[in-house]
Design a protein around this ligand. Structure first.
Ligand code: SAM
Length: 259
């Protein structure tokens, strides 16, 4: 009995030593993330390091090395990390002149349009395109939009289609009234818009991407800002193959700078 009491502090001590933190080796993780997603964190190492330390501590992972080995074998943890590190900032009616241009072309092509929005984030961009098409006189049955994003969490928000005031700051009162139902502090999107858009959680570098059909128009805005030049070109070539008319242009964001 006496020896039982004596042993306990020793076990505690061993536990403490084995859980000593080591958050120095971040290079492998950043490289892995870049290879998997295209997102380049090499110039934001310190910010990412601090974010990753929080991620690890919450999960009782005591080193970046351990985190790295865990994400290689646990796809749920890998997805959690992707959800945690991706920047999903978006809002309704962002950069609308490109959408207006696409609508003019779609009218010339006979009021039919199959559109890919890659990435869609939480849905504000594809839903804006759907609203603008309806407002421009398109019938719901004449177009369909697919939104894809690498973040599973953000795709489930897109499916849910409930937004706060901040997401809608550029939506006119008339369109709010027409296309949303106010529930407490949220705006729930009506089915007339929701039905025109479907979502998938897909990484644009995944092989499954080619299983998607071909599109009349592709929007890829505010994703490539996080890629280096080589990855931008790779992503652009992948998306270009999804166009029905390969000579057409993809609509990139102004900050994406893809030549
Ligand atoms: C800033 S949001 C842009 C959303 C919207 N296109 C807009 O302009 O408002 C960037 C999105 O790109 C997604 N993303 C980053 N890398 C990706 C990849 N390899 N494949 C698919 N989506 C990716 C992120 O999850 C994030 O939701």
């Amino acid at each position: 009995m006496f020896s039982f009491f004596k042993k306990k502090p020793q076990i505690e001590e061993e536990k403490k030593i084995s859980q000593e933190e080591d958050f120095r080796d971040i290079e492998d993780l950043i490289m892995y993330f870049k290879n998997e997603t295209g997102i380049d964190f090499f110039n934001k190492k310190e910010i990412i390091k601090n974010k990753l330390i929080i991620f690890c501590r919450k999960r009782e992972i005591f080193s970046f090395r351990l985190l790295f080995s865990k994400i290689l074998e646990d796809r749920y943890l890998k997805q959690e990390l992707i959800d945690y590190l991706t920047v999903n900032e978006t809002y309704f009616f962002r950069e609308t002149p490109q959408i207006e241009k696409m609508i003019r072309v779609a009218k010339e092509l006979g009021y039919k349009a199959e559109i890919l929005c890659a990435p869609s984030s939480s849905g504000e961009e594809p839903y804006t395109i759907a609203m603008m098409l309806l407002e421009a006189g398109f019938k719901g049955s004449d177009f369909h939009i697919i939104g894809i994003d690498i973040s599973e969490k953000i795709i489930s928000k897109a499916f849910e289609a409930r937004y706060n005031e901040r997401s809608l700051h550029r939506v006119s009162d008339t369109l709010k009234e027409k296309y949303f139902t106010k529930i407490d502090e949220f705006y729930a999107l009506k089915d007339i818009i929701k039905d025109r858009v479907s979502f998938r959680c897909v990484n644009i570098f995944d092989e499954n991407l080619s299983a998607l059909r071909k599109f009349d128009f592709i929007f890829s805005r505010n994703m490539m800002i996080y890629f280096d030049q080589e990855t931008k070109i790779k992503a652009k070539n992948i998306l270009q193959k999804l166009l029905k008319r390969p000579e057409d242009s993809i609509y990139f964001g102004h900050a994406d700078m893809v030549s």
